[in-house]
Ligand binder design. Structure first.
Ligand code: KIV
Ligand code: NA
Length: 278
């Protein structure tokens, strides 16, 4: 199996094939996502919340993203991997942005980068894409700005916000982005944005009108404690409960001397000490 290419991903919009995207942060989550056949793995800076235990994505560092991307690429060698540029790594001009994006590609092994923001990032995106770095945009609720926004609120509810989002989407497309993540946007506006541009939209909490969907691995599996807004998430399993039950049983069995059993032990076998018969 070959990893999806950027042109093929873009073509899925006109072919009306929904794009499937899932986050992953390490070797096993990437391996299982590839086995499930996802089109794109996002090494999201949501790893700050779901893997590293921070309240926001703001503390996540470039080095964290590179380190986790390397593990994901090892686990999913045949899947397109997009990595988030973390907070404060793409707001100091095109050159600084390029240096950081290049590290994510060269040291991490990602196939593309994602950055949060609209028209104000056009120069950065133009430089990256002209230099061969595919860029995924991200508008609507942008979690790196949550301290400024004041919470995880649905975006685009009034006509000013809606107009700005449509303009931002157009600007990202014109700057060369190959797609745009729409997060926490009303279904009506997300559908309007999707219709107004030629590149695919990938929604999370953005309703049914997007060209693809993305969810956070830990939300899909109910794995861990930082589950996002339950309304926009569908959990397809409750792995957290499964893990807790298994771990509790292990602890109890060791304390109760039920584990290990004879079958788990290495016994001194007399036949093993004689020379192997050929
Ligand atoms: O970091 C992340 O997981 C994301 C998705 C929610 C789009 O940016
Ligand atoms: Na992110």
């Amino acid at each position: 199996k070959q990893a999806l290419t950027v042109p093929k991903l873009k073509a899925m919009k006109s072919q009306k094939k929904p794009i499937t995207m899932l986050t992953a942060y390490d070797y096993p989550s990437a391996m299982l996502s590839e086995e499930a056949g996802v089109d794109v793995i996002l090494v999201g800076d949501s790893l700050g919340n779901v893997v590293l235990g921070y309240d926001t994505t703001v503390p996540v560092k470039l080095e964290d993203m590179i380190y986790h991307t390397r593990a994901v690429v090892r686990g999913a060698p045949s899947t397109m991997v997009v990595t988030d540029m973390p907070f404060a790594t793409y707001r100091l001009g095109p050159e600084a942005t390029f240096r950081n994006a290049a590290r994510i590609m060269q040291e991490g092994g990602a196939h593309a980068v994602k950055l949060e923001g609209g028209a104000e990032l056009a120069d950065e995106i133009r430089l990256l894409t002209s230099a061969g770095i595919p860029v995924l945009g991200h508008i609507g609720l942008t979690p790196q700005s949550v301290l400024q926004i004041g919470g995880y609120k649905v975006q685009g509810k009034n006509s000013d916000e809606a107009e700005k989002m449509l303009k931002d989407a157009k600007a990202l497309e014109e700057a060369g982005a190959f797609g745009i993540v729409l997060e926490l946007v009303t279904e009506e506006l997300a559908a309007a944005v999707s219709h107004s541009i030629g590149i695919p939209t990938i929604g999370i909490g953005a309703g049914r009108g997007c060209d693809g969907q993305v969810l956070v691995y830990h939300d899909v599996l109910r794995y861990g404690s930082n589950i996002r807004d339950k309304k926009m998430v569908k959990s397809y399993a409750n792995i957290g409960d499964t893990i807790r039950t298994a771990l509790t049983e292990y602890v109890e069995e060791v304390r109760g001397k039920q584990f290990p059993e004879e079958k788990h032990a290495f016994l001194l076998d007399p036949s093993a000490t004689s020379a192997p018969s050929l």
